[in-house]
Design a protein around this ligand. Sequence first.
Ligand code: NAD
Length: 261
Amino acid sequence: MALKGKNAIVTGSTSGIGLAVAHVLAGQGCNIMLNGMGDKATIDAIVAELPKKYGVKTAYSAADMSKPADIRKMVSDTEAQLGSVDILVNNAGIQFTAPVEEFPDDKWDAIIAINLSASFHSIKAAVPGMRKRKFGRIINIASAHGLVASEHKAAYVSAKHGIVGLTKVVALETAEAGITCNAICPGWVNTPLVQKQIEAKAKEGNITVEQATANLLGEKQPNKKFVKPESIGNLIVFLCDEFGAEMTGEIISIDGGWTAQ
Ligand code: NAD
């Protein structure tokens, strides 16, 4: 229970990586402000499951990460309902793929808002409280696409490279305040966000989903295995506990060798 009694916001924690991170942090005794889209029954079930399983408190914010006022309210609601924001995991994200000359303007705007600007707004709102308490851990979920590019992902790659820069600036500005700010760059993780891309590739190439999955991993990820979302959660635990205190401004890959190439 390395993080017993700490309070964490995990954005986009109704699915995929965010949900796994919420479970891993709760397993270490962290109270969680959950956030993300989804149907009410699924969200209610997640909000109820974590306290039952791990004996922690949970709350839920329906904040839309494309709306700065919602994000500010999510931070103030967490302070009011849980007492503080000790850990902020900026995870919510979306994807859209198209060649740059066909990339819809509204998709560009949405990806930049949710995958990049949301982290600026949440950090801006959470840092004053962290400074007051002289403790804070900010973890931005970037991507291998924060370090290298792939075609047809103009908005996603731009947003993820942006979050890498934001991470470094915030780390410098908070370095003496007991706050750390790091980015994690996962390779392929098998979540709904990636499943949609696999299914599109299968349809496009008239191949099975299994073949499309093997192609996807074979093209980028040398170990040919998906990254487990729990591995990302446990990396976050390390960054949040006392042994992570000297790590700040780091851009940490967990990608089966993708960016070693
Ligand atoms: P996912 O689709 O399973 O989950 C995304 C989460 O974000 C969901 O909870 C969703 O409700 C939430 N979300 C989306 N738009 C939102 C909005 N406007 N407001 C609030 N919440 C919103 O995807 P995932 O694969 O778990 O992705 C999580 C993060 O990890 C993203 O930032 C993604 O870019 C990053 N990432 C994923 C992979 C991968 O292979 N899956 C690799 C590298 C990085």
